[in-house]
Design a protein around this ligand. Structure first.
Ligand code: ADP
Ligand code: ADP
Ligand code: ZN
Length: 225
């Protein structure tokens, strides 16, 4: 079963992708996480993209497409994957269609998380995560159960993304509306776009996704090889 989560920065894609990963045993492919790993390792690719990311602009399509093409060949993708943050342009969506066709695989769900711009700024500027295990939190909406201690691993080391600042958010939202929002009509035309209300709290959004995706049995849904 292959799923795309679409939505603006801060919509909750990463949070919900994690839930779906655990519930349906799918690989979670986040191009943002992949790029941040390159940056923190100081690879040539990381050096190329770090300033673009800090400005909140999109990384060139060819870099992203090559990255995903390699990633979906890995073993953990055999049972299917959830794409979080990819595709982000029509060119990326077209490249994905070709990759899937070549593998005789298909897209089972493209789900849009609908969230107002005004709510996104608060979600992004309050976001932080565990520096050790990567678990995601929010100052107001999803704090650790015990302040300062990661629920998942007990670490007390937390990190914030450099691009989660108020100035950069404006650029990221602009990039979303100009370059990514055209994917909504793209997938509507293919008849596979579904929308969920991303303004509800995290567990309510999860419930909506479970209801949509749980309808199809993973084994029957997987068209991969
Ligand atoms: P968010 O989850 O807040 O939407 P991401 O972690 O997905 O942010 O992306 C962070 C940054 O990484 C983006 O602002 C962009 O610079 C880059 N990036 C991630 N995915 C893509 C992509 N598919 N195409 C182009 N740039 C991307
Ligand atoms: P994205 O991957 O789309 O950029 P995230 O999943 O990282 O978004 O969520 C952005 C921030 O908002 C995180 O701090 C997360 O804890 C919080 N968050 C996610 N979903 C919700 C929700 N439904 N209501 C309130 N806060 C949320
Ligand atoms: Zn942790």
């Amino acid at each position: 079963m292959n799923i795309i989560l679409l939505g603006p920065p801060g919509a909750g894609k990463g949070t919900q992708a994690k839930m779906l990963q655990d519930m349906f045993n799918l690989a979670k492919l986040s191009t943002g996480d992949m790029l941040r790993a390159e940056v923190s390792e100081g690879t040539p690719l990381g050096k190329k993209v770090q300033d673009i990311m800090t400005r909140g602009e999109l990384v060139p399509d060819d870099i992203i497409i090559a990255m995903i093409r390699e990633r979906i060949k890995e073993d953990d993708c055999k049972n299917g994957f959830i794409l979080d943050g990819f595709p982000r342009t029509v060119a990326q969506a077209e490249a994905l269609d070709k990759m899937l066709a070549a593998e005789k695989a298909s897209l089972d769900y493209v789900v849009e998380l609908k969230v107002d711009d005004a709510a996104l700024v608060k979600r992004i500027t309050g976001r932080f995560s565990c520096g050790k295990c990567g678990a995601g939190y929010h100052e107001t909406f999803s704090p650790p159960k015990q302040a300062g201690i990661c629920d998942a691993c007990g670490s007390s080391e937390f990190v914030r993304r450099k691009d989660d600042s108020e100035e950069t958010v404006v650029n990221r939202l602009k990039a979303y509306h100009a370059q990514t929002a055209p994917l909504l009509p793209y997938y509507t035309q293919k008849g596979i776009l579904l929308s969920v209300d991303g303004m509800l709290d995290i567990s309510m959004v999860s419930k909506q996704l479970e209801a949509i995706i749980g309808k199809k049995q993973p084994a029957a849904a997987s068209a991969r090889k």
